[in-house]
Design a binder for this molecule. Structure first.
Ligand code: URA
Length: 225
């Protein structure tokens, strides 16, 4: 663990006691048949021709981590390294995301990581609205199969896509929202944090709320009254 992650881990231990590692969900707790269904979905994504991004990609990028995870991270789109390896968050932003995960007392293999877009936009440009729309049903099905207890969205495109909103990250981050009844915490993208390290403290505040929710139970969607 890197120095910053160790400090954050110690902060967590002070806050919550020494036992801050979370249990993994066993296969019995996921949607029945989820592993097979996710493999089939990945295959479907591999052959997808729904948008122009199929032209320039090396390969599609589906997900990494535990398909029975309690916690799902949703990023934006694969970058150059992800396009090369076919795995999300393996470049510099992924290295920082892993440090954030370790700081939460988890390991990268305990969580499920994916993107709203499964093919790299050329030159790492922002995904276009029609590309997000074309790819979104794949993410919906991933969420439905993994059934995470909590979703963390990284950055504005992922947060807005899942919340159907159009706010800035400054507006939406750090407050619990819900996607189809699943508690969702929007926070800054790790790529943004690499460019703006001064914002890391805010992202850490958001992630601590997630740690507490994983341990003590996530918030309930507001009732009618
Ligand atoms: N940024 C993302 O949003 N996703 C990746 O997979 C890599 C970088």
């Amino acid at each position: 663990m890197a120095g910053g992650a160790v400090r954050k881990r110690l902060e967590l231990e002070r806050m919550m006691g020494a036992d801050v590692l979370f249990r993994k969900r066993g296969p019995a707790q996921g949607r029945p048949g989820a592993d097979e269904a996710l493999r089939e979905l990945e295959e479907e994504v591999r052959g997808c021709r729904r948008c122009r991004l199929q032209q320039d990609r090396t390969q599609t990028v589906f997900a990494r981590g535990d398909p029975h995870a309690e916690l799902m991270f949703v990023g934006e789109a694969p970058g150059a390294e992800e396009d090369r390896q076919g795995v999300p968050f393996v470049g510099p932003a992924g290295k920082l995301l892993d440090k954030m995960i370790f700081a939460m007392g988890l390991r990268p293999e305990d969580v499920y990581v994916t993107n709203i877009i499964k093919s790299r936009p050329p030159g790492n440009r922002d995904p276009l609205a029609d590309e997000i729309e074309a790819c979104f049903p794949f993410l919906e099905r991933q969420i439905d199969l993994v059934q995470p207890r909590i979703i963390v969205t990284l950055g504005r495109p992922a947060s807005n896509a899942l919340l159907g909103a159009s706010g800035s990250m400054g507006d939406v981050r750090g407050r619990w929202r819900f996607y189809r009844g699943i508690p969702l915490m929007p926070t800054y993208h790790s790529a943004y944090l690499l460019r703006s390290p001064g914002q890391k403290a805010k992202a850490w505040e958001d992630l601590k709320k997630v740690v507490i929710a994983l341990r003590e139970g996530p918030p309930e969607p507001a009732g009618l009254f």
